[in-house]
Design a protein around this ligand. Structure first.
Ligand code: ZN
Ligand code: ZN
Length: 157
């Protein structure tokens, strides 16, 4: 699964921004949303309904049904899958097979409130990359592969 966007309510957005401002020196004139997007490495939108979620997408089936290799460069694959209209997935070895894209909404803040401190992870357990992106105290994903911290899907779109 690959997180692709964050949707926040106006309240949460204000809260997140306030938290950011505490840890970061401010330059007036900077666009706050752009800085937050940069921080999360995801597009952020603010609206009033169905909020405080991360939009997560995955391609199914994965791994490839022919060679059983897991898909690589999922972000790029998902982007291509959305732009093309063929429903074809291309595996790392070049097999093309028909598949579907599933979209999930993960609730970010509900879980975080229960959890207190947790040890910060700095390395991806799957690929060893140090590009771990935190969304909450225990919600994180890897920017270099499709690893995530078992973020639980609230519902499917
Ligand atoms: Zn294959
Ligand atoms: Zn990784």
């Amino acid at each position: 699964m690959v997180p692709t966007a964050v949707v926040l309510s106006h309240d949460s957005y204000a809260k997140v921004l306030a938290e950011r401002l505490e840890t970061e020196s401010t330059c007036s004139g900077d666009n706050e949303t752009i800085r937050l997007e940069h921080h999360l490495s995801l597009p952020v939108s603010v609206r009033s309904e169905d909020t405080d979620i991360i939009v997560v997408k995955e391609l199914v089936p994965n791994p490839c049904p022919i060679c059983h290799h897991p898909l690589k460069f999922l972000r790029e694959l998902i982007e291509r899958f959305e732009n093309e209209d063929t429903n074809q997935i291309r595996c790392p070895l070049g097999h093309r097979y028909s598949g579907i894209m599933k979209v999930y909404h993960l609730n970010i803040f509900q879980q975080s409130e229960r959890d207190e401190e947790s040890d910060k992870m700095s390395e991806c357990p799957t690929c060893g990359s140090n590009k771990i992106q935190y969304l909450g105290p225990k919600e994180m994903f890897c920017l270099d592969c499709d690893w995530d911290s078992d973020m639980v899907a609230r519902y499917r779109v």
